[in-house]
Design a protein around this ligand. Structure first.
Ligand code: ATR
Length: 290
């Protein structure tokens, strides 16, 4: 057990529920690994108490917080400043302490970009397919548009949601590359090789035999598939990508890098690749044991 003393700084996770989070594991590991005197704890915040929780955290000299469901947009009202991209997307998952309150950032976006980069995946001038237009799909669409994808095919069962997000992302990022498509229209995709980001909840444990698209003809068009799910370790989507010769990745590195980006913002440091890799191994062991 690490020593907590009078100088130890505190960071935490604001959300509801927070009981199953893996963030304490990552941050406390990184703090120990890097010799930084910081602890990270979950804060279960009841509805209606968000603003007092953020103000209270500031009053308690808390260094920074992550924010999760259901508060990523509501928390903005309680902040004193916003990072530009977080402001555009209207979603904050990281609070960084400033002189008079907290500044909001979105490291889900920067973390996903870093996770893709770490696998050698680039977005600039790429044609990208996103499967799913829920909260995760929306974040992924912002990330692709903001990082120079030449075209983003945003597929969703409920086309209205995809259309709404496509219009919103194009307008806010100042591009016109995002197009909404009905899920069943994947057969009409031009014959190319695509990067596909799987952002639906289909295939999530325990429904490990489910997949959003079964058709092997679709997977012949996939050069790389990134599933935002990491439980199970290898989703059905990933298996189908691999079966057609594509590269497949799960979403654990996104979880890792959104945490690392927040950790670096709080502690004004750079996490070395070796420490990031050790944290990844720890996460992998934890996820595969579950
Ligand atoms: P999250 O925040 O995880 O993205 P969400 O906002 O509920 O969660 O979105 C879930 C996504 O998975 C949506 O794209 C949803 O499609 P709809 O918008 O049409 O509901 C998709 N999804 C979930 N179950 C699905 C299913 N059985 N078939 C097709 N799409 C599904």
């Amino acid at each position: 057990m690490r020593e907590v003393n009078g100088k130890t700084r505190t960071c935490g996770l604001i959300g509801n529920p927070v009981e199953h989070t893996m963030s304490p594991l990552i941050h406390n590991f990184l703090a120990q690994e890097m010799g930084i005197d910081m602890v990270y704890v979950p804060f279960h915040v009841e509805k209606g108490l968000l603003d007092s929780a953020v103000k209270g955290a500031f009053g308690l000299n808390i260094l920074g917080c992550n924010v999760t469901v259901p508060y990523k947009s509501d928390v903005i009202e309680s902040l004193v400043a916003m990072d530009e991209l977080a402001e555009k997307i209207g979603s904050v998952n990281t609070l960084v302490r400033m002189e008079s309150g907290y500044k909001g950032y979105n490291t889900d976006i920067s973390g996903l970009f870093r996770a893709l980069s770490s696998e050698g995946i680039t977005l600039k001038n790429e044609e990208v397919i996103i499967l799913g237009a829920g909260g995760v799909g929306r974040t992924v669409a912002f990330m692709c548009a903001a990082n120079g994808a030449s075209k983003v095919y945003l597929f969703n069962r409920t086309i209205e949601k995809a259309s709404f997000i496509a219009e919103e992302v194009n307008r806010k990022v100042g591009v016109s590359c995002v197009e909404a498509w009905r899920m069943e229209d994947y057969t009409k995709l031009p014959d190319r090789k695509y990067l596909v980001l799987q952002a639906t909840s289909v295939g999530l444990f325990p429904n490990v035999d489910d997949v959003i698209i079964e058709d092997e003809a679709f997977y012949q068009k996939v050069k790389a598939g990134y599933d935002l799910i990491y439980s199970p370790w290898e989703t059905k989507f990933m298996k189908l990508v691999k079966a057609q010769g594509g590269l497949a990745y799960n979403g654990l590195k996104m979880l890792l890098f959104q945490a690392i980006d927040a950790f670096e913002l709080w502690n004004n440091c750079k996490v070395p690749d070796e420490s990031a890799y050790k944290a990844y191994e720890l996460l992998q062991q934890t996820v595969t044991k579950r």
